[in-house]
Write a protein that binds this ligand. Structure first.
Ligand code: TYD
Length: 219
């Protein structure tokens, strides 16, 4: 698929929003058309699903319902926004994608990685991130940051134990997909984290250019 699909992942409060903003600015300056979006959300329908999922009053929500709602929100997001943008050659930066479901629902809720991958394969079809930046930050620090900034949503209110299993899940996922998921040290300053992200991105863009050049040679 044309275009470039970038996702950011990590524990709550790990600084994804700031990094997405810096990345958007950078890519726009060098001439890319960039769309920033988030999950759950990104489209009108997906945002409505988001508010059901994160509503602190929905304490009785079953884990499977939660997993299917994230996948439903994602299916709409992919169909209505991500896929068309990529097909028209844009860069899409998404705050979270399938990896979040794999670690929060598959590992954190204990529903199983395979089950979550399966329902999400159905939800997203062929759309896959080209690169994913994993913001590595101790979840206790992230939740503390969040608590100081805003009121916590239903997921953020989970016990610290849940957040640690999510954190460990991310590390395992990174080991499983090292070519796509790049670990970023989110304890560093925002400028330093941005530099780490650009370092990985330049390698990807360079490879893309080389691929195009060699493809051109043979055609
Ligand atoms: P997020 O929008 O990152 O929260 P905030 O903007 O408040 O930082 O994500 C909302 C919550 O949903 C977050 O705790 C992670 C969780 N989540 C899942 O459990 N599964 C998923 O598939 C996604 C996308 C998010």
């Amino acid at each position: 698929m044309a275009g470039l699909f970038i996702t950011l992942e990590g524990s709550d409060g790990s600084g994804k929003t700031t990094q997405i903003y810096l990345l958007e600015q950078y890519l726009t300056q060098i001439g890319y058309e960039v769309i920033v979006t988030r999950e759950p959300g990104g489209t009108c329908i997906s945002e409505k699903i988001r508010s059901i999922i994160l509503d602190v009053d929905n304490r009785e929500m079953a884990d499977v319902t939660e997993a299917l709602l994230y996948a439903a929100s994602r299916a709409q997001h992919v169909e209505q926004l991500v896929k068309p943008a990529l097909l028209s050659g844009k860069v899409v930066i998404s705050d979270r994608f399938v990896d979040s479901s794999v670690v929060y629902q598959g590992i954190g809720r204990g529903l199983g990685i395979d089950q979550i991958e399966e329902i999400n394969a159905y939800a997203i079809g062929k759309v896959k991130p080209d690169i994913t930046f994993l913001m590595d930050l101790d979840p206790a620090v992230g939740i503390e940051r969040k608590t100081n900034q805003t009121s916590l949503d239903r997921l953020e209110k989970e016990k610290l134990e849940f957040h640690y299993s999510v954190y460990e899940g991310y590390k395992k996922l990174q080991i499983r997909h090292p070519e796509r998921i790049k670990r970023v040290d989110a304890t560093k300053s925002k400028e330093e984290v941005h530099r780490q992200i650009l370092g990985y991105l330049h390698i990807l863009l360079q490879r893309g250019n080389e691929h195009e050049a060699s493809y051109g040679d043979h055609s």
